[in-house]
Design a protein around this ligand. Structure first.
Ligand SMILES: [Zn+2]
Length: 473
């Protein structure tokens, strides 16, 4: 599938027309018409970014991106003053250190690709190698982490509620962990291998088949989903491609002026690719649903924007692969992420000052969350250095947990009740992008951060169900 960018500017004259629109945006700024300026700039940025993604070696659109960002900076000086420069610099430096390590080549791949390889031997070797790389810089990583979790650490009130739900649900989650390990037929499983426990039929899926399955699932769930998806695909909102000069990532963005959103995936292969496709198209569907609302070019907050795609992933896994896959995804959405978010929260709460104390918090948390059922090694495990949620802003991690706890609750309601809940989901997707978690709760009539324990407790045990484990068949 390819994007149809001609609906924004005809390719041949795109640069000229883009520059004319940039001049218009500047004149809006000069006249103090900031809202119009922001809408136009958002559109210009999205178009330039899309062109850059298609060819990251193209200097023209990279330059155009910088031009928009410079104008936007002038409008948002006020917002910048509120953020903390010291924390931002530390996050930036940490990200750069990680990028450098990730780029190192390892058995024909980057070490990052090797560390997520489906082959357990390559994965294990790559991870060991990564740990050595982190260990060489661990003092520096610890120093930056202390700066990031310094006194002005933000704590989202929604997060405190989601955090309590997670802590309450831990005993039940651990029961599931134990059952998953047992059902895998293995005696020892490393805690970082949890997402690779079971073989998946989806590992063979290619982009055509994944898209076919996505369309059929969405149409079965709700006619609004099916019709919207068809509309978006006909209008060229999806780009999937494997060329090496294209951006190696996946995302979805709303496009200003009521246009269809843009969904991008570098490649669609296997289970993760198929779920990525489903995830980004779900974002696209959400953006399209609120196209008639005010400020439709904005992205909702991460505590809200991830709920729908994560929910659809969970529902899809339940329908495509059964309950084990569903459980496994819940554990990877919540337990792994919770570990990383809680890690930073505790570094702040306990006012730690040294690498040893940081390492101790990390080890204690892994032991508390995974220790009873999974293998891990105290003291040597340095994966906290390279974890995205550890080096992102604290707000982002906390809101991610709110989103995943909410997705868990919502997926459970959909699987239990079906249509009436899905009708409310459709209405909720149409709320303006500025709506928060509270507004979503009211619209869905579900306490999205509540009753986690009950929703887990109501599940039947996995032994009652057909296991996907291939050695059984
Ligand atoms: Zn997402």
């Amino acid at each position: 599938m390819r994007w149809n960018l001609d609906r924004f500017y005809p390719q041949a004259v795109a640069d000229r027309e883009w520059r004319q629109d940039k001049e218009r945006a500047i004149s809006f700024v000069v006249q103090g018409e900031f809202e119009q300026a922001e809408e136009l700039l958002s559109f210009l940025w999205t178009y330039a970014y899309a062109r850059y993604c298609l060819n990251t070696k193209d200097k023209l659109w990279k330059h155009r991106l910088n031009e928009v960002e410079e104008i936007e900076e002038k409008i948002t000086v006020q917002a910048e003053e509120e953020s903390d420069q010291k924390v931002e610099d530390a996050i930036q430096r940490q990200a750069e250190m990680i990028q450098e390590i990730y780029k190192i080549r390892f058995s024909g791949l980057t070490v990052f690709q090797a560390s997520t390889s489906p082959h357990s031997e390559i994965r294990r070797e790559a991870r060991e190698y990564l740990t050595q790389q982190y260990a060489a810089k661990k003092e520096r990583f610890a120093e930056l982490l202390i700066q990031i979790c310094h006194d002005k650490f933000p704590t989202d009130p929604h997060y405190l509620k989601a955090r309590q739900q997670m802590l309450d649900a831990l005993p039940l989650l651990q029961t599931y962990l134990g059952e998953l390990v047992q059902a895998s037929g293995k005696t020892k499983i490393h805690w970082t291998d949890l997402s690779f426990l079971f073989e998946s039929e989806m590992n063979d899926w290619d982009s055509t088949y994944s898209l076919e399955q996505t369309r059929s699932l969405m149409g079965d769930l709700h006619s609004f989903f099916g019709e919207t998806l068809s509309h978006l695909l006909v209008n060229g909102c999806l780009e999937t491609s494997e060329a090496p000069h294209k951006l190696q990532s996946g995302f979805a963005m709303p496009v200003a002026f009521h246009h269809e959103p843009l969904c991008y995936l570098h490649s669609v292969r296997g289970k993760e690719g198929a779920l990525g496709l489903l995830h980004e198209l779900s974002h696209g569907l959400h953006f399209w649903a609120y196209r008639d609302q005010e400020k439709n070019y904005l992205l909702p907050d991460v505590s809200v924007v991830e709920i729908f795609p994560m929910t659809i992933e969970l529902v899809a896994l339940h329908k495509w692969e059964g309950r084990i896959s569903y459980l496994q995804r819940i554990l990877s959405f919540t337990l792994f992420q919770f570990l990383k978010v809680e890690f930073k929260y505790q570094i702040h709460e306990k006012r730690v000052q040294t690498l040893e104390e940081i390492q101790c918090i990390w080890d204690d948390l892994i032991e508390m969350i995974f220790g009873r059922h999974l293998e891990f090694e105290r003291g040597t495990n340095l994966s906290w250095c390279g974890s995205r949620l550890v080096w992102q802003e604290a707000e982002v991690g906390q809101r991610y947990i709110c989103g995943s706890v909410a997705a868990w609750n919502l997926s459970k309601s959909i699987l239990d009740a079906g249509k009436p809940v899905l009708d409310r989901v459709v209405q909720t997707l149409m709320l303006p992008p500025s709506c928060d978690l509270q507004a979503w709760n009211e619209s869905l009539n579900i306490d999205l951060l509540g009753s986690l324990t009950r929703s887990v407790g109501n599940e039947r045990t996995i032994h009652d169900h057909h296991l996907l484990h291939r050695t059984d068949s």
